[in-house]
Design a binder for this molecule. Sequence first.
Ligand code: ADP
Ligand code: F6P
Length: 319
Amino acid sequence: MKRIGILTSGGDAPGMNAAVRAVARKALSSNLEVCGINYGYRGLVEGDIFEIKEKEVSDLIQLGGTILYTARYPEFAEKEYQQKGVAQLKRNGIDALVTIGGDGSYHGAVRLTEQGINAIGLPGTIDNDIPFTDQTIGFSTAIQTSVSEIDKIRDTAKSHGRIFVVEVMGRNSGEIALRTAIASGSQVVVIPEKPFDIDQIATTIKDARQRGHQHQIIITAEGAIHADSLTQQLSNLGIENIRSVTLGHVARGGSPTAEDRILASRMGSYAIDLLLAGKGGQAVGIEQGVITHHSMLDLFNTKSKTDLSMYDLANILAY
Ligand code: ADP
Ligand code: F6P
């Protein structure tokens, strides 16, 4: 192995740049050449590839977004496009790849590994919905950002004695919503993993108001119910003085937390260790503080687990 490629794919996540930096620095210090591939698998197929030297990854660890850009490129699920990607890698002398993205991106990495290009995946997504890792790169920052926005919302909520319904990202996962709910002291949290009863939520809010909680924060994950709709339904049930805010993509931007930078650095360096050991088709994770790897094929057969003890805790502490 002489030359490796790095790409970021799917939804971006804070800390992707720190991961790119770590992969590049570790590879360069292992006497490997490094190429960046812009716009994920689309850039791979189109040959949007450039060499990364030491200088290119300076001043990067603190930056949000991804300097390699990202894309959703469903064409890459087709063999014809994968073969074009492999041809581009060969043309550029690239023997192995590190893909930073979610489990969709891992599918592309497996297909490349099957076609002779060892590919390692790093979990770059704010959603924390990837099996075999306690945390994904970007999750810590997404929670931190959501909580600091909600702290501001709480100021105005308190001034007016209002209820605010705040929507955070999470199409299939309530992980962001749960941690955000606990850290922002919310009254109710609604997640895709748990059925909810709108009458019960209205009763909870009314009871809390009776106990003196004039202003309250309700958190909903986008995959459970949108903030606008929940607000309207609660208003129809007699909840007065209620507003909604959708944080959405705000949580995908911004400078990564120290925790995300450290996680990305550890995982990025480990990815090169795996490639140097001749491995491909492996997903890097962190389990009980230790950096680990698992076969992507095993990962596809495993469901990611939402920590529902956080749901119980959020409800208990809302009293
Ligand atoms: P994420 O990686 O965040 O889960 P996506 O599911 O959008 O995001 O996947 C990112 C990209 O990975 C897709 O746009 C596509 O280029 C590639 N990809 C997804 N599924 C497959 C697949 N089955 N085979 C090959 N490539 C895939
Ligand atoms: O990054 C994952 C995620 O944030 C999901 O929670 C969300 O549904 C999705 O991306 C939206 O991404 P986009 O707007 O880029 O399609």
